[in-house]
Write a protein that binds this ligand. Structure first.
Ligand code: SF4
Length: 245
């Protein structure tokens, strides 16, 4: 086992000691729902992206109906999530493209593919990037893939697990020989670490469970308060929370 893989296992254990094993829904969300929810989640909080997802599902009960809408109509439904023009274009482009290529709007055929082939297939659709594709694999297909968002990118580079200049480079480095079965807890707890302790500015290293192994040069070990706890993780709850309403 290489040193990076050993470090991931160690970090995962320390994060579980601090935050516990993140809960998962028994039934996995539909991959197309997950893909759209991930697009909506960019640069906003979970509550606003959830509201946008709910608005979209209420206005267009099927993705085929949403595909017929023009971009501006989609933008109107999702404006609460911000970046409406960009996100509505990504959604419209994806729905149009998948309908053209598959004749129907489903991603269930990806379940037969291995991880690399499924990611390649997904990023070939207009409007879909590596982060969105990897979220679909982790959250909807239960694959052992660690998506890299801004929190995961920042924390794994500070800790010294990898050295990647961009989230896509970090994704490639971290997922090479990723240890089995721990991607969901590792990814989810790192997001929590990034939101509550390892903030972009002034990380609270004094209360961080990783402060003995982290190599971040600007580590500040003064004791500071933890930031607001946020247990709700949109991408793990998209279907459940929506159906509760
Ligand atoms: S020790 Fe500090 S920089 Fe390192 S992971 Fe923890 S909060 Fe982030």
């Amino acid at each position: 086992m290489d040193s990076k893989t050993k470090l991931i296992i160690k970090v995962n254990k320390l994060l579980i000691d601090k935050f516990g094993i993140p809960p998962r829904n028994k039934s996995l969300p539909d991959p197309v729902d997950m893909l759209i929810a991930t697009i909506l989640s960019q640069n906003t909080n979970d509550n606003n992206s959830y509201k946008a997802f709910k608005n979209l599902k209420e206005k267009y009960p099927t993705w085929e109906e949403a595909a017929k809408a023009n971009r501006e109509e989609i933008e109107h439904s999702i404006k609460v999530a911000g970046l409406g023009k960009q996100k509505s274009a990504a959604i419209k482009n994806f729905l149009t493209d998948i309908q053209k290529k598959q004749k129907t709007i489903t991603l269930n055929y990806l379940k037969k593919l291995d991880e690399n082939s499924a990611i390649e297939e997904l990023i070939n659709y207009n409007g879909v990037g590596v982060k969105t594709a990897s979220c679909v694999l982790l959250f909807s297909m239960n694959r052992n893939i660690c998506p890299v968002d801004t929190h995961v990118h920042r924390t794994v580079n500070r800790i010294g697990i990898v050295s990647g200049k961009t989230p896509d480079k970090t994704f490639m480095l971290i997922n090479k020989n990723f240890p089995p079965k721990i991607a969901h807890s590792f990814h989810t707890n790192l997001i929590r670490l990034g939101r509550e302790i390892c903030k972009p500015k002034n990380p609270s290293c004094g209360i961080c469970p990783l402060n003995k192994i982290c190599i971040y040069e600007e580590k500040d070990l003064q004791i500071k308060k933890m930031h607001k706890k946020n247990d709700f993780m949109l991408l793990d709850n998209i279907e459940t929370k929506y159906s509760e309403k």
